[in-house]
Design a protein around this ligand. Sequence first.
Ligand code: ATP
Ligand code: MEV
Ligand code: MG
Length: 327
Amino acid sequence: MAVSSAPGKVYLFGEHAVVYGEPAVPCAIERRATVEVSARSDGRLRVDAGDLTLDGFTVEYGGDGAPDVDVPQSLVQAATGYVDGAVAQARDAADSPDVGFDVAIESAIPLGAGLGSSAAVAVAGIDAATRELGIELSTEELAKRAYRVEREVQSGEASRADTFCSAMGGAVRVEGDDCRRLDAPNLPFVIGYDGGAGDTGELVAGVRALREEYDFAADTVEAIGDLVRRGERALDEGDIAELGRLMDVNHGLLSALGVSSRSLDAMVWAAREAGAHGAKLTGAGGGGCIVALDESEASRTALGYTPGCVESFRAELDFEGVRREDG
Ligand SMILES: Nc1ncnc2c1ncn2[C@@H]1O[C@H](COP(=O)(O)OP(=O)(O)OP(=O)(O)O)[C@@H](O)[C@H]1O
Ligand SMILES: C[C@@](O)(CCO)CC(=O)[O-]
Ligand SMILES: [Mg+2]
């Protein structure tokens, strides 16, 4: 048996635009997905994913056909795509196309909420499954394989940002296939969660369509890239007030690309009015989480009273990426 965990993330800046080659700065946070994997000899795959939105289910499939679970096939595919992809990557890395697995996932990262649950599951899943097969992948190789999973599930469109960040930990900078770790202070992240979710693949496709139809949407994507470059300078200088201002602008630009929502906007404004340095949605959007910068408790308290916000919490930067949990 092998057990690995990997962290979720927030985007300080740059989600969506990073898919088109602009830079982005995601930061790993201390909320993890843990994946336990045991090889089995009959070639079947059994996934126990109690956190999935199909109200939690256990599904057994492989070899001879359809999963034995009583929900529509398309829903199962949407729910299990990242796990299936991680298993396929491990089989490929170990050159063992027929090996089966028992997989159990436990996660403290809300699903589809912009905190990178998919990347964390892919990274931890590939790490545990390859180690179970006696293969040690470098962190870079792990990130690369997890990226392939995200790209496949998101219909060919993904950046390396979420998976690299989850594998490496800390604050990172991703621009195309140039991925590197950044020196960053421990920023005072506050997260607000509306209890909802957005489908990353669909939201990415929506931005692509807008960008193809309107030049100003393409300009908006480029403007996000400019903003990220300014943000990197502010991060380097430890200028939190400037980081906050730029986060506010980044939220506005994401909103212009159609990926915000009423509850995300309400949480962003609640944090700003409570005195946060800045606030923006994080990840793909559509619903889910916002991230604010605030050393004080004021934003958290205000979010607690904001209609539509179901949870607010402080998130520490997690300097550790993928981690072995089996001693
Ligand atoms: N605990 C889990 N167990 C099994 N699968 C999970 C789990 N958490 C996430 N997943 C997979 O990840 C999918 C959600 O990924 P998606 O990319 O839409 O959102 P996200 O990664 O949480 O947010 P974002 O990509 O915006 O940061 C789920 O549908 C499921 O396939
Ligand atoms: C929206 C997006 O930029 C981030 C999702 O967390 C998609 C991606 O980078 O693959
Ligand atoms: Mg994702």
